[in-house]
Each structure stands twice: as C-alpha cells, then as structure tokens.
Design a protein around this ligand. Sequence first.
Ligand SMILES: *Cc1c(COP(=O)(O)O)cnc(C)c1O
Length: 222
Amino acid sequence: MDPVSGLGAVRGVIAQACERAGRDPGTVTLVAVSKTVGTGPIEAVLGAGQRVFGENRVQEAKGKWPPLVGSHPGTELHLIGALQTNKVRDAVGLFDVIHSVDRPGLCEALATQCQRLGRSPRLFVQVNTGAEPQKAGVGPQQADTFLAACRDGYGLAISGLMCVPPAGEPAGPHFSLLRDIAERNGLRCLSMGMSADYAEAIHHGATHVRVGTAIFGARPKP
Ligand SMILES: *Cc1c(COP(=O)(O)O)cnc(C)c1O
C-alpha cells in the first residue's frame, strides 16, 4: 500500500472511531510516525496535507527533517522515543512536542535548555502503565508525585501523558489507567494508540494517536 492510501485509510478509521465515541474529530491529532522512513514517502504524505509527524530518535530526525520543515510550513515534529540527557539540546531545538519525559535528570536538562534556547516544546510524561522493567516511563504509582515535581521542582508545564501498553495484552485497561491519571492531575492530552489499537484508544479518550505501520507499511526489523 502506498503511504497516501495508508494515510487516507487511517483518517477514515479515526473519523469512524470519533463518530462511534461521539467525539469531534478535531479533538484527535494524528501523529504520523515516520521513523526509519525515507524522505520520498514522507514528502508524499506531506503532499496529502499531513503536517504532524513522530520520530523516535533525535539523530535521525535531525538529519532528515530540517529541509522538509523548511519547505512545508506548519509542520510539527513530535519526539516519541526515549530521550538521553546529552541529546536534550538538539531535541529542544528541533521538536515541537516531546512525549517521553520520565525522570528528574531529564526534567532538569529540559528546563535548562528551554531557557537557554528560548523554546518551549509541549511536554508529555510517559507512564509505564504495565510496570515493565525494560520499558521507559514513570510507574503508575509514581506518576502523581513525578508530575508535581515537574511543575514545582523544575517549572515545567506538562500538557499530557503518553503510554505504550505491554505487547500481547489487551490495551484497553492501560488506556483507561492513563486517562484516570490524567484526569486526577488536570491534564488534557492523552498520547495513546498505535497502528494496532488507535481506534480503541480514541474510544478511551486519546487526543494524540501515533500511527506508523498503517500509513508507511512495515518497517525493517532493527
Ligand atoms: C514506532 C512507534 C509507534 C508507531 O507504531 P506502529 O505500530 O508502527 O503504528 C508509536 N509509538 C511509539 C512510541 C513508537 O516507538
């Protein structure tokens, strides 16, 4: 499937899921995940009007996106992968939204670089809803304390929460857990749902769905 057809199909599924959930489609942002994808397919999708893209590696995005952003005004870049402290400066310079805030050291580096560069990307805290040891994100039990520390300790405004549910488990309970944490902390944005489950995520209140494979096709195995 070519990426423009993939994009059209995903837009259709989003519209349908919104209708079923009684939600305004304008409340759901499609983040087209373009990690590992070359500039050809990305330009095709830009040509079809898509302007919000997700990347998981700072280096890759830095090599690929500046000319594309320059030629397509209104393009918004989202960092959806883990962020190392030594890449924070580049990330703050390049990305409009960072979905993977998950530790105090990263908060400190973000606060410093945002001030230095005079930029303030919107920030999401990643929650490890399945408490998986190998996965990034703050534990669901630590989320409230961490969110308070972001605000009061580092002066960072947090827009919402992000999660990647455990593979091979129903995602629904993880989506509702993330929603509960957001609600009790007064956060409006929920970044949840990928190619396999974005319709379900919309049912649970997702405001940002991160979809790669369903648009660009399967990625090469790492
Ligand atoms: C790769 C990735 C996605 C997109 O996954 P697909 O299954 O290809 O839609 C979404 N979120 C994160 C954090 C990712 O790393």
